[in-house]
Design a binder for this molecule. Structure first.
Ligand SMILES: *Cc1c(COP(=O)(O)O)cnc(C)c1O
Length: 360
């Protein structure tokens, strides 16, 4: 196992001449091991590991000139939306569009010639799928670079660089680490120029991943593929259970034939992941009762850990999106999001059955 270099500074052989490592904000051997591992998972030349997904987002944006236009999907992680609309909006112009509509994307890129197109696919929480290959081809025509937030699929089920994207990011907090004990983020790219720019900012601004957390993530990654397989196996069963349930209005899971982008999901991803969104028949009160009744599904934000989580996007993860915007994009008060873990499937179904009974 790689050692943890719990080290801030490294002895130099003579003034200004170091042996590969100087100071941990710049480089650290344990973090290097993680970055090499991450690059190989996404089939990328370069990777950077940072202290959170949000620091990756911030530094990537900061590597573009101030005043640039950024086009972003209209159904992204709540924290990304908050960062873009309340912090980085002072330096960049943001346009939010439904990126699953490639005609609309083309129109927008043609008109605004943005520096960057920010995609999240599947989206959060509505699990809409954007065609990465098609969209990247359009983006190239207008000189726009493409970033894909690949957190939901992990590198096991989707590799955006191979489909034409320029950057991939993950919140390693989720599937990559997978044990709900590290906050971290990573960026992968094949471009030396952009890697250098973003590394420069990481070193200058400082959100480099710590050696210990890098080590924990490396340990988590060892079971990533086996975990993803189990997440997906359970999720498909839970999704089918929900689809057949009388108290459910609608289930959204890319692995179901009823999903509007099921065909595209099958083509672009090698799995469907562990995230499910469903609309409960009932009111906000019913949703709250449902969420307070489940026990094995822990009521908590976040996703991608081995344990199952349940949450209410309108009140929890997506509360930073104004109610009006939430309603426009379909995040209603009866929408519930599940991160299906790797527990025994019978326990998960029984837990949900109890919650449905409590609502009835
Ligand atoms: C959690 C999450 C982020 C933010 O990552 P942090 O590690 O919490 O900073 C970004 N995108 C998606 C899709 C996420 O789920």
């Amino acid at each position: 196992m790689p050692p943890i270099f719990q080290t801030t500074t490294f002895v130099q052989s003579s003034p200004g001449k170091h042996k590969g490592y100087e100071y941990t904000r710049s480089h650290n051997p344990t973090r290097t091991r993680l970055e090499e591992n991450l690059a190989s998972l996404e089939g990328a030349k370069y990777a950077l590991a940072m202290s959170s997904g949000m620091s990756v987002t911030t530094l990537t944006l900061k590597s573009f000139e101030e005043g640039s236009t950024i086009v972003c999907g209209d159904d992204v992680y709540g924290g990304t939306y908050r960062l873009f609309t309340t912090v980085l909006n002072k330096s960049y112009n943001f346009i939010f569009v439904d990126t699953t509509d490639s005609k609309l994307v083309e129109q927008t890129l043609k008109e605004h010639k943005p520096a960057l197109l920010w995609l999240e696919t599947p989206t959060n929480p509505l699990l809409k799928i954007t065609d990465i290959k098609k969209t990247s081809t359009i983006a190239k025509k207008y000189g726009t670079l493409v970033m894909v937030d690949n957190t939901f699929m992990s590198p096991i089920f989707q590799n955006p660089l191979s489909l034409g994207a320029d950057f991939v990011m993950h919140s390693m907090t989720k599937y990559i680490n997978g044990h709900s004990d590290v906050v971290g983020g990573c960026l992968m790219t094949n471009s030396k120029k952009w890697y250098d720019k973003i590394w420069y900012l990481q070193n200058a601004i400082g959100p480099s991943q710590s050696p210990f957390d890098s080590w924990l993530v490396l340990r988590g990654i060892k079971t990533l593929s086996i975990r993803m397989r189990e997440h997906q196996r359970n999720a498909l069963k839970v999704a089918k259970f929900l689809e057949d349930h009388k108290q459910v209005e609608r289930v959204v899971y890319p692995g179901l034939k009823s999903h509007p982008h099921h065909k595209l999901a099958k083509k672009q991803m090698s799995g469907f992941g562990g995230m499910i969104t469903f609309f409960l028949k009932g009111s906000l009160r019913d949703s709250k009762r449902f969420l307070s009744t489940v026990k094995i599904f822990a009521l908590a934000e976040s996703l991608g850990g081995v344990e199952s989580l349940i949450e209410h996007p309108a009140i929890m993860t997506h509360a930073s999106i104004p109610k009006k915007v939430r309603e426009e994009i379909g995040i209603s008060d009866n929408l519930i999001r599940l991160s299906v873990g790797i527990e025994h499937i019978d326990d998960l179904i029984l837990d949900l059955e109890k919650a449905f009974k409590a609502v009835k």
